[in-house]
Design a protein around this ligand. Structure first.
Ligand SMILES: Nc1nc2c(c(=O)[nH]1)N[C@H]1C(S)=C(S)[C@@H](COP(=O)(O)OP(=O)(O)OC[C@H]3O[C@@H](n4cnc5c(=O)[nH]c(N)nc54)[C@H](O)[C@@H]3O)O[C@H]1N2
Ligand SMILES: Nc1nc2c(c(=O)[nH]1)N[C@H]1C(S)=C(S)[C@@H](COP(=O)(O)OP(=O)(O)OC[C@H]3O[C@@H](n4cnc5c(=O)[nH]c(N)nc54)[C@H](O)[C@@H]3O)O[C@H]1N2
Ligand SMILES: [Mo]
Length: 744
């Protein structure tokens, strides 16, 4: 373990060096070149990292980031996790390995089966595996005993087929990673504006006067956003960051595509950095909103009165509720200085084109929906929506998480969507609401969820309450994972455990009609194709749509949908999407010549498509943690060397933490007050509803973090997150505000 100073700038030459270092796992430099040359290119591979869009729609050569290159290396690495590997390692020994080690073992190469009581996974032919899944599903007394999870890397084509199959099978049990991610954004935005997606596109960044970045670490998680911020700043925009940590990428950016970025000091990103206490964003927003209302009494132009009058509803109640708050108390909660808040207010006063960006720092709290609605209140006051340079920007996680939702991966589908499926495919879709991630865990734990199918992802490691989730999965009659890499979820299986290995983003897909492309939707609603250019490493690998169609054909038959014919040519899947999903009419035509297209978005045009047809002001709740004297509030965050549960390496370069992940970042005053000894490790524990949860052998890292707040990495700290601790209305695990105690 090594600790150094926190970095004050992101990317630059070091970024290039680290990107290339990890690509050594791919093997020959020629293969590395072939992969990177194809990345984010027209007709090439969409980066399997984050969902940030490409500038000028598709990029020029070299338009990828350090973490994109790492994502490629992780998928295309040379090593194979084959039948020989599984015969060598018993499950009991694999369980003792770290997530990092599991990932290093390489790509899965053939279907594997294990039954309860057996020590090792063994190969199984595809046909037999498909038959087992189908017969297990068909044997269930009700389809609602099956759960079909999706992670956000799945293509539009696979997602569409998957949800269609699941609904023909008879259930809406379609939890997905969104439930743990931007669900709070979807709920808040649907309620206030009428669409669960953001309203801005990349061009808006270049026209904006003020960009707010709440609870997001783009230097690590969306590095290409920094180029957009650089350009926005060059055009005169100011940037305000609201974050408990001083994240390197939000301080300075060294653009690796510019000589000045590689050699020089780079550009400043934040004009104002508000190092707020965890989960006090609503306090900050309320005090700022209140101040804007006060100032507008003298200078009404500060607000957009015409917009408020014509386009919104609920202003009076909103104003009344703010009147009841006490600014002094609110400011004290944030931990910020009066002067910092006044600086923020002044930046807002004179600007009308404002973009608000946010990610997990807002969504993963009990009042996550409230926090996002309060952000919307601010934009509405300023009329900063539905015009160029202004609007909402929830920055998505997985590269196609937004597309999966568009394709109908949703446990609570709208009646309109179900009616369209009914009319297009002539069957009766289930109307009962399905389970989300948290409800799925509870269902399996109560032995009422019996078959768990996972389209990608790592459910066990990503979900809260690790030990309870493990029991839930082991309770199942069958667990089925369609995966590219070995992960912890494969090690805790049901009576029957299946691993079905699939082709990844970087692999070529060839079916009867020839090479196939797939499509994805980025964080700003732009749809385009993606194609891998690597020869599959094993003759056993199948694409996700192929696997889904096979399971579907054997489970529900070819009567309603001719699944088997869809496998031959994926254009046929897109034809079905054309008939079912708004904005995808003539889908194949739209994609011709590598064209891309933008999906319809009401709020972008100033049209609000919620139940009242107007943008809605809302009244929102503050956080309510009631910490005891020795309790701290913990956020679980990503290091620079991971993609969710996939651990690329053991370093968090920007935070100056090397060679260790079991760390807890603490304010020096808290370390002192709690009398903690830095020379020995600590146990982090808590008690919610009389259940004690703990993780052991963590090392304290004294860090620049507000008092009373601590940070530690996901997924190591997921055992501390109680299943009951979720956001109101979105049910997203509150993994950024968990009460903990710490002792040596
Ligand atoms: N390389 C890489 N890229 C990724 C991922 C990855 O793991 N690795 N994951 C992908 C996915 S699925 C997602 S969802 C995104 C995640 O992207 P982020 O949301 O940026 O990821 P987190 O590490 O969870 O960081 C949350 C940030 O919020 C701050 N924060 C925490 N609590 C609060 C709070 O109460 N208020 C405020 N204002 N800030 C707070 C933290 O200090 C941190 O900077 O990234 C995507 N891209
Ligand atoms: N404590 C805490 N918990 C969190 C979070 C947090 O901030 N804190 N963040 C939450 C968030 S935002 C998210 S999105 C979830 C992530 O939850 P998931 O999406 O379930 O997890 P990932 O780690 O992204 O999944 C990685 C696995 O996906 C498989 N995979 C990779 N590529 C492909 C592919 O192309 N096809 C298929 N079929 N499989 C593939 C590999 O086997 C790999 O092991 O975690 C959530 N959990
Ligand atoms: Mo996410």
């Amino acid at each position: 373990m090594k600790l150094t100073k926190q970095a004050e700038s992101a990317a630059g030459a070091k970024g290039i060096f680290h990107a290339l270092k990890m690509t050594r796992r791919i093997g020959s430099p020629f293969k590395v070149f072939e992969l990177l040359k194809n990345l984010n290119q027209k007709g090439g591979t969409d980066c399997p990292g984050c969902a940030w869009p490409d500038p000028n729609h598709r990029s020029k050569l070299g338009e990828f980031c350090e973490n994109g290159a790492k994502a490629i290396a992780e998928e295309a690495m040379n090593a194979n996790c084959d039948a020989e590997f599984f015969s060598k390692y018993a499950l009991s020994s694999l369980k003792k390995q770290t997530d990092y080690w599991l990932g290093l073992q390489g790509r899965l190469t053939q279907p594997m089966l294990v039954r309860k009581g057996e020590t090792h996974y063994k190969p199984i032919p595809w046909e037999e595996a498909f038959n087992m899944v189908a017969s297990q599903l068909k044997s269930l007394p009700t389809p609602d005993e099956a759960i079909f999870y999706t992670s956000g890397r799945t293509s539009n084509e696979a997602a569409f087929l998957y949800q269609l199959f699941v609904r023909i099978f008879g259930t809406n049990n379609l939890p997905d990673c969104s439930n743990m991610c931007h669900e709070s954004s979807g709920v808040a935005l649907n309620h206030t504006l009428g669409i669960g997606k953001g309203s801005v596109n990349l061009e808006d960044f270049y026209k904006s006067e003020l960009i707010l970045i709440f609870g997001q670490n783009p230097g690590t998680n969306h590095p290409r956003m920094l180029s957009a911020l650089e350009k926005a700043k060059a055009n005169g925009a100011k940037v305000v960051v609201i974050n408990p940590l001083k994240e390197a990428g939000l301080l300075h950016f060294n653009n690796p595509q510019k000589v000045s970025g590689v050699l020089g000091k780079g550009v400043d990103i934040a004009d104002l950095y508000l190092q707020i206490k965890i989960n006090e964003d609503v306090s900050l927003l309320k005090v700022v909103l209140k101040r804007l209302l006060e100032l507008s009494e003298v200078e009404p132009d500060i607000l957009d009165g015409a917009f408020i009058e014509e386009k919104t509803e609920g202003y009076q109640e909103f104003q009344k509720e703010l009147d009841k708050t006490n600014s002094k108390e609110l400011i004290a909660r944030t931990g910020l200085q009066d002067s910092e808040i006044e600086d923020f207010v002044q930046l807002l006063v004179s600007r009308k084109k404002i973009i608000a960006c946010w990610a997990m720092g807002l969504t993963q709290h009990v009042n996550g929906v409230d926090a996002i609605q309060e952000v919307v209140n601010l934009l509405l006051l300023k009329g900063s929506i539905g015009k160029p340079g202004a609007g909402t920007c929830p920055v998505r996680g997985h590269s196609n998480v937004q597309g999966d939702r568009t394709m109908g991966i949703h446990e609570k589908p709208s009646q309109e969507f179900l009616d369209t499926l009914a009319n297009t495919f002539h069957f009766k879709p289930p109307t009962k609401e399905g389970v989300d991630v948290v409800a799925a865990i509870k269902l399996m734990h109560a032995q009422q969820g019996k078959v768990f199918v996972s389209m990608g992802g790592n459910f066990l490691a990503a979900a809260p309450d690790t030990s309870l989730t493990k029991d839930a999965m082991e309770n199942c009659q069958m667990t089925v994972h369609v995966s590219t890499k070995l992960n912890r979820s494969h090690l805790h299986h049901g009576e029957i455990g299946l691993i079905l290995p699939c082709l990844g983003r970087t692999d070529k897909i060839v079916e009867a009609s020839g090479e196939q492309k797939l499509t994805v939707e980025n964080s700003m609603g732009i749809v385009h194709s993606t194609r891998g250019n690597m020869e599959p490493r094993s003759k056993f690998l199948l694409s996700e749509p192929h696997i889904i169609a096979q399971i579907a054909a054997k489970t529900v038959g070819n009567k309603i949908v001719d699944w088997t014919s869809l496998i031959d040519n994926y254009d046929r899947i897109r034809d079905l999407i054309s008939k079912s999903i708004k904005g995808f009419e003539s889908f194949n035509e739209k994609l011709k010549n590598e064209k891309i297209f933008e999906l319809p978005n009401g709020p972008r045009e100033g049209v609000f498509t919620n139940d009242i047809g107007k943008a809605r002001f809302t009244t929102n709740a503050l956080s309510n943690h009631q910490l005891e004297k020795d309790e701290l509030l913990m956020m679980t965050i990503r290091s620079h060397d991971q993609f969710n549960t996939t651990i690329y390496g053991m370093d968090d370069r920007y935070r100056g933490i090397y060679g260790i992940r079991k760390v807890v970042l603490m304010n020096s005053m808290d370390i002192k007050h709690l009398g903690l000894n830095l020379d020995s490790t600590v146990t982090i524990y808590n008690e919610y509803l009389h259940i004690r949860r703990e993780v052991k052998e963590f090392t304290i890292v004294p860090y620049d973090i507000p008092q009373g707040c601590v940070a530690a990495y996901f997924p190591e700290c997921n055992p501390l997150i109680p299943i009951s601790q979720t956001a109101r209305k979105s049910n997203t695990p509150a993994s950024k505000s968990i009460k903990v105690r710490i002792r040596n």
